[in-house]
Design a protein. Sequence first.
Length: 356
Amino acid sequence: MDEELLRRAYRTHDRPRRARLVALLLVGLAVAAAVWQLIRLHLVPSWDDLQRWWPALAAVAALVVAAVLWWRTRPVGSPSSPGSSSSSRESRWARISGIVTAITAVLALLFTALSLAATRDQIEVARQGQINDRYTRAVDQVGAQGPENLHRRIGGIYALERIAADSPHDHQSTVVEVLSAFIRSTSPRPKNGTCGETPVDVLAAFTVLARRNVTLDPKPMVIDLRDTCLRAARAPQGNLTGMSFVGADLTGANLNAARLGLTSFSKATMVEVRLDTADMTDGFVFCEDADFTRATFASAKFGSADFSGSTFTDATFDHADLGHTDFSGARLTGAKHTDTKSGNAKKDAATIDAWW
């Protein structure tokens, strides 16, 4: 009789353990089902996804650990007792049900979040595909030959500008290369002779280059516009950082309030160019042996520009700040300099008509 009571007590004592094992088995099946569903939908999370969703994964792990600890640290009933009371069993089942529900909810949340992330990635891939198609069409437009395709080329140039704005990290540097190559090939400076009127599409391409978002340029970046014809180019308030105009002709260009940093005008023709209020303090500006005859620099900031050997006949420097500019060997005949701040501008014995 005593043995029968003891066996009955142990069976009663094992019921909660079996219930917990069943609960853990259900949790394992739920996890396996969720993983299988992710595999079927090709939504298996990558390492980046795991890093992005580590809080949710940590929550799942915490719930699992809590369930295991609860199971391991359960109160052990006395084998001599006939079992737990009805209310005690209901309490245990309530705790088990709560843990299963919580884990299932977290898994569902994780699955939904990963699905949304995958959907977002697919949308981004589709968007990039559309941008690539737009880029291809725009390049084809820019490459259209003949005067009858002028409007197509201009449309393609502005389309490239829009693409660079929409996808700067992927396309800005490429757009810059395409437009600078277009300018070099369409408007090269003759080796013998002078530049004629700059084509309208070339002027449009230059304007687009000058108003790009320079902060998104790869470093270092040089925009090659050497030996080009850019007469009457317009880029007021433009950013010419990183541009090389070596040997180019910018006669009559409007570069008022432009920013120049690591910009080179060496041996360039800059006759009557307008650089009023231009800012040349953001990096060196190289203008050796350039022709700035009748150019205007009113209220411009020169920084540490190098104008050695350049010509400034009848140029205007009114209210300008020459900073540490190097005018060694420069020709300043007839230059206007009302209220000009000479600062620490450099000159040497070869400098002609320096007023400071």
